[in-house]
Structure formats: C-alpha cells, structure tokens
Design a protein around this ligand. Structure first.
Ligand SMILES: [Zn+2]
Length: 253
C-alpha cells in the first residue's frame, strides 16, 4: 500500500461514500492516514506481516505460493498466533479479497495458506453475487486499496450442478435455493450454447469467469483496474489435487 494511494483513499472517504465509509469504519480498516502502516500502539508485526503485498502481482504471487504449499502438504500456517491476533486487533489491512463457494472443502484460508487478517472472504452457494455481496467485495479495494480480488469456482460444485439440472429440467429448487439457480442462469445459457463433455464443470468455469468480468468492469472497480491498482482474477479449485488454476485476469509482474 504505497503512499500514492492515500489521496485517492481520502477522496473516497470524504466523498459520496462518506456515510458508507463511516459505517464501514466499524469493520476497523487500516490507519486513516492511508500509509499502509500499522496504527500507533499496535504490537510489532511478524516478518510475514512486514512484507505485506501491496500490488496486484505481489498479492497474487503470495496467494499462489500459499496454494503450492497446500498442494505439496507443506503448510506454514503463517500469522495464526496470539502475536498476530494482537497486531491486527485494532486495525486490519488484508491484501486480498476472495469470493468463493460455501463448499466445506474449499476454505480460502487453508487452500491459500494465509493468516489472520490477510483476506476478506465472501462465500455464497456457487459464489453467486447480488448487491450485498458485490458491496462486500468492493469494500477492501474501495476503502483501503486492497489490490486483488479472486473469484474462486471449484470442481464438482453441488450448487452449480443443482442449478444446471433445475434450469435444464425447468424444475425450480425449493425455497430460496432457486434464487441461486436464477443467479446462475446467464452461465447456464452460455453453457448450453455449446456442447460440453462435462456441462456442469464447464458451467462452473463460465460462471466464475463471468463473475470476475462483471466485477472487473463495474463502475466502482473498473477505474482501479484501469490504474493498475487492482486485479480481478477468476480461478478454479481442484478438489482432487488442491491446485488453484487461473482462468482469467492474472496480473503481470
Ligand atoms: Zn460449490
């Protein structure tokens, strides 16, 4: 988080989002000066904290390094101790936003081997979005310059499979589950336009890429992407191997 971002952040905080920012301050983001450093009085950071990624590329590289450790069974469990808890108790400054499925086998903090205060995490069935979820994704990038958003789909997604079958057979899912199916309808339409050997897996990938593209181009995040301050990546998680495969939007060094 370079000091160059401070003016922009101040503009956001004092502009049309002032009321929202005041509300969000309750979530205790980083120092109000926008320096990216810990607020006064907090304990010293651990080595991992001191080298917090401050660009889309460095944040992406940090996550992919963590995923490699997860795949290889060499987890470091960084920043998960009382010292870290004390360090982030008064202020947080995550370097990534993860939007993923509720699936119990895809916990972002584990598959990227991250620590306390590293990530903002949103999880919904089939990682579908609506205004509330998009607002939560936008919070970090818009208020404290979080440089990376990852939309993470996964292998054998039950939510996408159920939605695919409900839309194909025109049999609505019970209760509010149908709202998930409806949110997946654009991905379903694109899926059935072509023949896929595994249409559910294709739909997962299409939906994940569509969601990232929508976030990347929305009116609030697009300016940050254009300035190179934010990357929105779509990725696919293999339940079999633990590996995260990038689908689109990987930042360059
Ligand atoms: Zn899922």
């Amino acid at each position: 988080m370079g000091t160059a971002k401070a003016p922009q952040r101040r503009a956001i905080l004092t502009g049309g989002l002032a009321a929202g920012a005041a509300l969000l301050t309750a979530c205790s983001s980083k120092d109000t000066a926008g320096t990216g450093k810990a607020v006064a009085g907090t304990p010293s950071p651990s080595p991992a904290t001191a080298s917090r990624p401050d660009s889309p590329w460095s944040a992406f590289a940090r996550l992919m390094d963590g995923n490699k450790r997860w795949v290889d069974g060499e987890l470091q469990h960084p920043d998960r101790d009382p010292k870290r808890r004390e360090f982030v108790a008064e202020a947080q400054d995550p370097y990534g936003v993860i939007l993923s499925c509720i699936d119990s086998r895809v916990p972002p903090e584990l598959v990227f081997d991250t620590g306390l205060g590293d990530l903002f995490v949103m999880r919904t069935g089939g990682q579908v979005v609506g205004p509330v979820v998009v607002g939560s994704v936008e919070y970090g990038p818009m208020t404290s310059g979080t440089p990376l958003v990852v939309v993470l789909g996964h292998q054998r997604c039950g939510a996408v499979k159920a939605a695919y079958e409900a839309l194909k057979d025109r049999k609505p899912l019970p209760g509010n589950l149908q709202s998930i199916a409806e949110a997946l309808r654009p991905a379903y339409r694109e899926t059935v336009e072509r023949q896929h050997a595994d249409p559910v897996d294709a739909m997962v990938r299409i939906h994940t890429k569509q969601t990232a593209a929508d976030l990347r181009s929305n009116k609030d995040l697009a300016p940050l992407v254009k300035k190179g301050e934010l990357a929105v990546v779509s990725a696919y998680y293999s339940l079999d191997t633990g590996r995260v495969e990038v689908l689109s939007g990987a930042p360059s060094a």
